[in-house]
Write a protein that binds this ligand. Structure first.
Ligand SMILES: Cc1cc2nc3c(=O)[nH]c(=O)nc-3n(C[C@H](O)[C@H](O)[C@H](O)COP(=O)(O)O)c2cc1C
Length: 139
């Protein structure tokens, strides 16, 4: 999916589930996989207790469009941008939206700390690899 010459943008953010809301993460993943595939966006979503961290990567206009929508989504709040970068290659090129879940612990809340950006890509890659049931490479 990643051409060496394509211009890429990567956004990493974290957020917290809006208290009192009820939804299935599977709904988010379904929507993400459909929309992201259509726009050439890849990435990964980490759910750690009530906290999210997500990596979105792809053509800048597409990443911005999707991130705008995500920011308006009432299912989460405290959206904290951890990194905006122009990487030379995709970190999750095989995933329209990889998914990893961690049980709730202190590491979840720490995702809202801007310092969480450091090491998050590796943490996500490891978590994806270790969560075999959620491993769904896009076609
Ligand atoms: C934590 C979180 C992550 C999301 N990630 C994506 C995503 O990667 N791509 C996407 O299209 N929508 C994502 N959404 C859903 C969007 O906020 C929005 O509901 C969706 O894009 C609407 O698409 P639709 O008009 O096709 O239903 C996410 C929502 C949440 C709460």
């Amino acid at each position: 999916m990643s051409e060496p010459t394509e211009t890429l943008q990567r956004v990493i953010y974290s957020s917290r589930v809006t208290p009192g809301g009820a939804f299935q993460v599977s709904e988010i993943l379904e929507t993400s996989r459909r929309n992201n595939a259509a726009l050439g966006v890849t990435g990964a979503l980490l759910v750690s207790g009530p906290y999210f961290a997500q990596v979105l990567e792809g053509p800048p206009a597409a990443v911005e469009e999707i991130f705008e929508r995500i920011q308006c989504d009432a299912r989460h709040e405290q959206i904290t941008v951890l990194e905006v970068a122009s990487p030379s290659a995709r970190a999750f090129g095989d995933w329209t939206m990889g998914f990893a879940e961690e049980r709730e612990d202190a590491a979840g809340a720490a995702l809202l700390d801007p310092a969480a950006a450091s090491g998050l890509l590796d943490r996500l890659k490891t978590a994806l690899t270790n969560t075999a049931a959620s491993r769904r490479r896009h076609a």
